[in-house]
Structure formats: structure tokens, C-alpha cells
Design a protein around this ligand. Structure first.
Ligand code: TYD
Ligand code: MG
Length: 365
């Protein structure tokens, strides 16, 4: 959006600079005047990287400035309609007697950037290192000031990176971009489902596959669960990629409606590729993963799960079931547990289930 201010956050080394340089080059090749404020690297280093990324010829104006005001003035002088500041921690506001990247600097820089982007109608993208520990007063301080916040995140252990909108004043927040870091920079992953299922082990217990709708596209992904006997009075429940409250709820449904009790077990659940599950259509897969983990029995091969789970144990319909099933079929799934009444889709056998008990029976290998 012209004149918007966007924050791109992420761990150091995740690939923010690479993404920004590639985006800047593409925009410049299409005729947009782009200024790139490189506070962290010298223009020579940035040029070298651009050459390595195959975009060395793109007419991006590099501004080696660490004074924010000077950098913005230079960008305006260059007639830029897009300005990238890489990173917010590497520029400082003159006249403030505090270290760059500190809270006072960040809030003053934020205020100046808002004024700059709005007054000049210049789209301004700011990167920021977010470290998971410490540094509470990091670039997150800027989140409420900017129009959009994107986080660039790493899928555990893989080369897949996910760019996710956390806040967006001008559009949806549920779109994700999926990229892979290669020798030639970031490449868009054309087939994210396959990337997310890359490490899927059909013979491991606690692994269930489902398809969710992320923004405008269906994505197949894997839910993993592990359940082990606990020696704690209050067993551990650890969830990553899903809300802990949802894990609790599904464990309660599993116990009461499915007869699988995990009260004496520590339970860990996670989602492949560092994806975050918001889609309730994944409930049945989470439940199946938990049941499989509790019994240490793998689920049937090439069988996915689709369905929302109610407190009553009923398995409820999901929206866009056709597109999800088509995606599961495309990535090689032959069967899918679905809520009763789900219309057929070519290439995948549907196993209709009415409730959790039905589902657990159908999932015996
Ligand atoms: P970088 O964009 O500098 O990360 P950030 O700005 O978020 O700190 O990229 C960091 C990593 O990416 C670095 O470890 C090297 C790697 N990388 C590649 O693997 N291929 C490439 O083509 C480039 C440019 C970087
Ligand atoms: Mg960087």
C-alpha cells in the first residue's frame, strides 16, 4: 500500500536482508524507484550479495547511512517511492543521547518513520532483529505504530522459512509466504504442502496429517504429538503451533468421548514447519495424533483427518472441504476421515465419521 509503514521482524540470520534485497531488486526491475538504507553492511557488501543473488544489475539506490534523518532525506532526494531500512537497530536518531536500538531510540525513530511515510506517501519497510530471549524492548515496540507487521520465521530444523502477517491494516493477516533459503537466495516454495510434509514419517506414532486453509490456499501439514508417563502430580502440556488451551480441550474430549486417558502422561504437541494452527478443521488430526501418541500406535498409512471436534465428541463439517481434500490427494493421501455428509472428491476415499469414537475405530491399523 503506498505510504504504508511495514515492519519485518525475525531472528538474526533468518534471511531478512536477503528477502529485502531480492524484493528491492524485483521492484526496481519493474521501474519502481527503491532506496535501500544499508546500516549493517557496506554498499560494497550489499552489491556483492546482490550479484550473488543474480540481481546485481537492478537499479537499487544504496544509502550507507546510520543517521535516520540523513537516510530518509537521501531517499527522498533520490525520488524513491519505496524505502527499505535494514535494520532499525543499525540507524539512530541524532540528538538523542541513548544507544541505537534502545527503547528511546526506537520510539523516536518509529514516530519519525510514521511521519515520513505518511507525509511523503513513500512506502517504508523496516527490518528488525527480534531475539527470542532478553531484549524485551526490541522492535516489538514499533508494532503498534506501523501499518503491517510481518514476521519471518524458521521451520524447526529445515530450510523452509515462513513470512507471516501478524498485523495488517490494509489486508488479511492469514496469508503466509513460504520460502526456501538456497545458494541463490530465497526461492518461493511452489509446493508448500510437500515441503511441510517432507519429514513426515508414516510409521511413527503420534503423527497425523490434515489440510488447513491458510489465507487463500489449502496447505497439507502434519501434527505431531508425544505422550510419555509422567512423574509429576500435574502432568506437563506443551503445545507449539497451537494454543495450549486447545490442547487441553482436545485431551479432555479424547478422555471423555474417546476413552483415551492421558491424565498420567506428559503430552507435547507441535505442528510441522513452524506453522500455526488457527483453523478448527485441524481438530480431528490433533485428536488423532494425541490418541496415536497415547497408545504409541501409528495411524494407518496415507490416511489424513479433517474435521472440527465439538465438546460433545461430534465431528463437525469444515469449510472448503473440497479444496482441502484435493490438496491431500495431490500430495499422495489415499484416504481421509471426514465429517459425515462431506461431498466426494476424485482421487481420495472418504471415511465418514460422526464422532470421536467412530474416528478412533477407523484409525486402527
Ligand atoms: P540474512 O539475510 O543476512 O539474514 P538477516 O538479515 O535476517 O540477519 O541471511 C542470513 C543467512 O542466509 C546467512 O546465514 C547466509 C544465508 N544465505 C544463504 O544461504 N544464501 C544466500 O544466497 C544468502 C544471500 C544468504
Ligand atoms: Mg540483515
Amino acid at each position: 500500500m503506498p505510504g504504508s509503514l511495514v515492519l519485518v521482524g525475525g531472528d538474526p540470520g533468518i534471511g531478512k536482508s536477503t528477502l529485502m534485497l531480492q524484493a528491492a531488486a524485483r521492484l526496481a526491475q519493474r521501474g519502481t524507484v527503491v532506496a535501500y538504507v544499508c546500516g549493517e553492511e557496506s554498499p560494497r557488501q550489499v552489491r556483492l550479495r546482490a550479484t550473488r543473488l543474480g540481481v546485481g544489475e537492478a537499479p537499487v539506490t544504496l544509502i550507507p547511512e546510520s543517521s535516520l534523518d540523513a537516510a530518509l532525506a537521501a531517499a527522498e532526494g533520490a525520488g524513491a517511492s519505496v524505502v527499505i531500512i535494514d535494520s532499525i537497530q543499525s540507524v539512530y536518531v541524532e540528538g538523542l543521547d541513548t544507544r541505537s536500538g534502545g527503547p528511546a531510540q526506537l520510539s523516536e525513530a518509529g514516530a519519525r518513520l510514521v511521519a515520513f511515510s505518511k507525509t511523503n506517501e513513500i512506502t517504508t519497510i523496516v527490518t528488525g532483529h527480534v531475539t527470542k530471549s532478553g531484549e524485551i524492548a526490541g522492535p516489538r515496540l514499533l508494532e503498534h505504530l506501523v501499518d503491517a507487521v510481518l514476521y519471518f520465521e524458521n521451520a524447526e530444523g529445515g530450510s523452509v522459512r515462513v513470512l507471516r502477517a501478524i498485523k495488517n491494516r490494509f489486508g488479511a493477516t492469514d496469508e503466509v509466504g513460504v520460502f526456501e533459503m538456497t545458494g541463490e537466495g530465497l526461492q518461493s516454495v511452489e509446493n508448500p504442502s510437500s515441503a511441510l510434509l517432507e519429514s513426515h514419517d508414516a510409521d511413527a506414532s503420534g503423527c497425523a496429517v490434515t489440510a488447513v486453509i491458510e489465507g487463500s490456499r489449502p496447505l497439507a501439514l502434519e501434527v505431531q504429538a508425544l505422550a510419555v508417563p509422567t512423574n509429576l502430580a500435574s502432568p506437563r502440556r506443551i503445545a507449539s503451533g497451537l494454543e495450549t488451551s486447545r490442547l487441553h480441550l482436545l485431551l479432555a474430549v479424547l478422555a471423555r468421548r474417546g476413552g483415551v486417558n492421558t491424565g498420567a502422561m506428559d503430552v507435547v504437541a507441535s505442528v510441522s514447519g513452524g506453522m500455526r494452527l488457527r483453523d478448527t478443521g485441524a481438530d480431528l488430526a490433533i485428536l488423532a495424533a494425541l490418541a496415536s501418541a497415547a497408545s504409541d500406535q501409528p495411524l494407518p498409512r496415507a490416511t489424513a483427518c479433517l474435521g472440527e471436534v465439538a465438546l460433545s465428541g461430534a465431528v463437525r463439517p469444515v469449510h472448503q472441504s473440497q479444496r482441502r481434500l484435493a490438496e491431500l490427494s495431490r500430495v499422495g493421501f489415499k484416504r481421509c476421515l471426514v465429517p459425515n455428509g462431506t461431498p466426494a472428491v476424485d482421487g481420495i476415499v472418504l471415511i465418514p465419521v460422526r464422532n470421536v469414537r467412530d474416528a478412533l475405530q477407523s484409525l486402527h491399523r
